[in-house]
Design a protein around this ligand. Structure first.
Ligand code: AHR
Length: 533
């Protein structure tokens, strides 16, 4: 693989990075995750059961835990997704052999035996060193059920729910902060209007009470894609709370954040395309879709700013990622897709947008962590072998941005763009096609602990690019850089070849006279760490 010295004269893109002007904090939670009872995400992915030959603790796969610990994952959303609004948590506690079974009607119509429930999930979070983000059942559950779940998890006295938890083997209450109020209520979560849901969200928030020192951060289920009206209805529903810092801060009569979902769907919904067999046009269409997340983030932010200029209400993108056709021969309800270099570049441009919008965006969750959609990890059904995907490596290379201060990068003049014709509307809407100007260079930066981290993506499928970024406001030491690329955009990792797409030390970045020079190969992602001296 050639990582330097391109054969033809590459385009040059110039920019400025003010190292002494740190801006908003990039919450580590924008690097959040999502695990649903869907296909092989929980069963076979995270959880194999205590009798499995795969090394496990309490049934939880230790190789998956080890791989995810290297990402410093900040939170894990569970149990769904659409599944959350069918899930009755009391079916998932107590002796496993006595737990009732249910039908997972959204995902393959398979029978769920509830062997992975609340205790197993909280144990998983402890092993991962991550915070739980639990989605309560608003669509088909009761308010009392939700209220009981909060008490079961977080209450420390001898109240009925705390006593039940103890009887099931857990003495101390857990700490739970992130609390979702349903999922996609405009669709699988109840097919409601925004107004109907807004009332329910306040009702469920009211009964999702803070117990003792445990303070919940309640997240109302929000829009699909660019449905800004939904966000506006929820902002209006906050009403009195917005004028009352106490209530909004941590009270239980309202919610503290609003979510939305935005997937990268390259083709029309009924023909999304293959994860690995695609041509260059499909590649550019995917990247044009991915880059639209920036406009959608800006759209929701604009609505929220109008009602909450001080940015006290958080925006949460709790489902994002690529959505392709399932792999041939797999259950269509299991949403199992391969993950190629293209997916990694989708992730890197999302993170650039997240970093820029992190003054409002408080959390984002990749859908999903294992074996479903844009996964970090794929496990082989036959052998149990584990594969780290190209997307995994972007999360790992970028983890230095977690809780760092954003540093704006200003590109000078006209950065390279490419017209991508006939891109379907956000979310795969075939009737809403348009031509999109794709920026083929994407950059973001942050600083913490005496260093700056710069992330750079070249989306051009065939040509390298040179970036010349003026470093202002601080002197820097010797850069260290890593590069993620491969010969082909379709390259992906398999149990037989686990490192077809893996980060390598990159010698194409240097600092000369206060200018960061990076020679980025075609279709590549790089990180450059600059010690501030
Ligand atoms: O992530 C898969 C599904 O996509 C989720 O269950 C649902 O919320 C969304 O439609």
């Amino acid at each position: 693989m050639s990582t330097t010295t391109p054969s033809s004269t590459p385009a040059v893109v110039e920019g400025v990075l003010d190292l002494d002007l740190p801006g908003h904090r990039i919450s580590r939670h924008v690097y959040g995750h999502f695990a649903e009872h869907l296909g092989r995400c929980i069963y076979g992915g995270f959880y194999v059961g205590e009798d499995s030959e795969v090394p496990n603790e309490g049934g939880i796969r230790l190789d998956v835990v080890e791989a995810l610990r290297a990402l410093d994952i900040p939170n894990l959303r569970w149990p769904g997704g659409c599944f959350a609004d069918d899930y009755h948590w009391k079916d998932g506690i107590g002796p496993r052999e006595q737990r009732p079974r249910m039908v997972n009607s959204h995902w393959g119509d398979v029978v769920e035996d509830n062997s992975f429930g609340t205790h197993e999930f909280m144990h998983l979070c402890e092993l991962l060193g991550t915070e739980p983000y639990i989605s309560a059942n608003v669509g088909s559950g009761t308010v009392a059920e939700t209220s009981d779940w909060v008490q079961y998890l977080t209450r420390g006295d001898d109240s009925p729910m705390a006593a039940l938890r103890r009887a099931n083997g857990r003495d101390e209450p857990w700490k739970v902060t992130y609390w979702g109020l349903g999922n996609e209520p405009w669709g699988c979560g109840g097919n409601m209007s925004a107004e109907a849901y807004a009332d329910l969200a306040r009702q469920f928030a009211t009964y999702s009470r803070d117990m003792g020192d445990n303070k919940l951060y309640r997240i109302a289920a929000g829009a699909t894609n660019a449905d800004y009206r939904w966000t506006e209805v929820l902002m209006k529903a906050l009403g009195r709370a917005l004028g009352d810092g106490e209530v909004l801060g941590h009270g239980n009569s309202s919610f503290q954040a609003i979510s939305f979902h935005c997937y990268t769907v390259a083709g029309p919904w009924d023909h999304k395309g293959s994860a690995t067999e695609f041509d260059t046009d499909e590649y550019y269409a995917t990247m044009a879709q991915a880059q639209r997340v920036e406009a959608v983030l800006a759209g929701h932010t604009k609505v929220m700013d109008a009602y909450d200029p001080d940015k006290r209400v958080g925006l949460v993108l709790d489902e994002w990622g690529t959505w392709f056709d399932v792999e041939p021969g797999t259950n269509p309800g299991f949403l199992f897709q391969q993950n190629a270099l293209r997916d990694a570049l989708v992730a890197s441009v999302h993170f650039d947008a997240f970093h820029r919008h992190a003054d409002r965006l408080v959390m984002a969750n990749i859908a999903q962590t294992v074996n479903v959609l844009q996964a970090m990890i794929l496990t082989d059904e036959e052998s149990g072998a584990l594969v780290l995907t190209p997307s995994y490596h972007v999360f790992e290379m970028n983890k230095g941005h977690q809780d760092a201060a954003h540093l704006p990068v200003h590109l000078r003049g006209a950065a390279p763009t490419r017209t991508v014709a006939g891109v379907v509307g956000v979310g795969g809407h075939a009737l809403d096609r348009s031509d999109v100007e794709l920026s083929t260079v994407s950059v973001s930066a942050s600083t913490k602990d005496g260093a700056a981290l710069v992330s750079l993506t070249n989306l051009d499928a065939g040509a390298p690019v040179v970036l010349r970024i003026d470093l202002r406001g601080a002197a820097v030491g010797e850069p260290t850089a890593r590069l993620l690329t491969a010969d082909a955009l379709q390259a992906h990792n398999t149990p037989q070849q686990g490192d077809a797409v893996a980060p390598r030390t990159f010698d194409g970045a240097r600092v000369e006279d206060g200018v960061l020079l990076v020679e980025l190969p075609a279709h590549s992602f790089a990180t450059v760490s600059l010690p501030l001296v």
